[in-house]
Write a protein that binds this ligand. Structure first.
Ligand SMILES: [Fe+2]
Ligand SMILES: [Fe+2]
Length: 238
């Protein structure tokens, strides 16, 4: 049962499908997940009672969604890698080139495109080492921690001390990415394409909006499920 005092994170974890609704209503469920639903609705300018009614419809047993809560941490890591890391990397390559092309064609009439280019390049420059650290350090450690727990072995050695340390760093980097996404949305007037835009311009804005949506879901799975469970697993074992 959903109520307005629950945090956005609690709702997103309990009803996986809610993230789509939050996306549509611009309710921050990844970096701002610690806010109570009532407060998040207020910030987004929507009525909390209406949102709770919509959430009630989503949580009906017939709704077809994947419950990420039920996956093992290793399965969740694999899902994040195969779905979100693969998508983010291929889109970064494609959209960096597309951004340059659109700036070349329309930058003189639409100077805000230079800002879009700067922000997107900054986002990519942040995300590349961020995902590398997850792939090389944090995710393998979480998988090893889960295996050690299952086999009743001690917590594996970690050069970073406790898993809470890299998690804190990753979450700070997620906040920074969330801030850049908000700036991109503001500078593009919610990805509204001007009347004189060509197909490439339209493609770029659609793709950037999709990139935002995917990154929100990606950060939600890490912050609210994977990291929360890994920290709890380690704390229980210590
Ligand atoms: Fe990630
Ligand atoms: Fe991440």
């Amino acid at each position: 049962m959903i109520n307005s005092a629950m945090t956005v994170r609690e709702v997103a974890v309990q009803i996986p499908e809610s993230t789509r609704l939050f996306e549509t209503l611009r309710i921050d469920y990844c970096c701002g997940g610690n806010k109570p639903l009532v407060e998040a609705c207020k910030s987004a300018g929507v009525q909390v009672d209406n949102v709770i009614a919509l959430l009630g419809a989503l949580s009906k047993p017939d709704s077809n969604n994947q419950d990420f809560q039920k996956l093992s941490l290793n399965e969740l890591v694999n899902h994040i890698l195969e779905t979100h890391h693969v998508f983010t990397k291929s889109e970064m390559t494609r959209l960096e080139a597309l951004t340059d092309k659109v700036i070349g064609a329309h930058g003189s009439n639409h100077p805000e495109l230079f800002k879009v280019g700067d922000l997107f390049r900054q986002l990519c420059a942040d995300l590349k080492p961020h995902m590398f650290k997850e792939e090389q350090v944090l995710f393998p450690y979480i998988a090893a921690l889960e295996q050690a727990t299952a086999q009743n072995r001690p917590v594996p050695f970690a050069p970073f001390g406790t898993v809470a340390n890299p998690i804190r760093v990753m979450m700070t980097e997620h906040d920074t990415a969330g801030d850049i996404l908000r700036l991109l949305r503001a500078v593009t007037s919610d990805y509204k394409v001007p009347a004189d835009a060509c197909i490439s311009y339209q493609t770029l804005y659609n793709a950037l909006e999709n990139f935002e949506k995917d990154l929100h879901q990606h950060i939600h799975l890490e912050n609210n499920i994977l990291f929360a469970k890994a920290a709890e697993m380690e704390a229980t074992k210590r």
